[in-house]
Design a protein around this ligand. Structure first.
Ligand SMILES: [Zn+2]
Length: 124
């Protein structure tokens, strides 16, 4: 048990790997559960900072998971989009039977619209 002698009673880890501790050298300014703390080591402040960090990490992980899912979605959509573009390109260059069919361009348009709809981002 550290005495307060006007100073923060938090035990602070020594630098290095030896695992030693020393009393925080800062002036104590806040009492919490019968112990004196500096503003930095005030337990409610420490807890709030820790929770804010956890929340930041959670949001970062969630964003990374959304980004990975979106990348996987784009990879999945690539063949369908490429096929639709190739079909349009071939028809335009008169290399496709659809070029001469009366409803050929509607079929190409529907193929392209379906590929585009499937490729839209899944996350808001
Ligand atoms: Zn302190």
């Amino acid at each position: 048990m550290t005495t307060h002698n006007g100073k923060c009673q938090e035990r602070v880890r020594e630098p290095g790997d030896w695992g030693g501790f020393h009393q925080c050298p800062r002036k104590g300014v806040v009492w919490f559960e019968h112990k004196l703390y500096c503003q930095q080591h005030n337990p409610p402040t420490v807890k709030a900072k820790s929770e804010a960090r956890s929340q930041e990490h959670r949001e970062k992980w969630e964003k990374e998971a959304r980004d990975r899912a979106e990348t996987a979605h784009r990879v999945d959509c690539y063949p369908e989009l490429l096929a639709a573009l190739e079909a349009i390109s071939n028809a335009w260059a008169n290399k496709s039977p659809l070029s001469w069919q009366p409803d050929g361009h509607f079929q190409l348009l529907e193929q392209a619209r379906a590929a585009i709809a499937n490729a839209r981002p899944q996350t808001p």
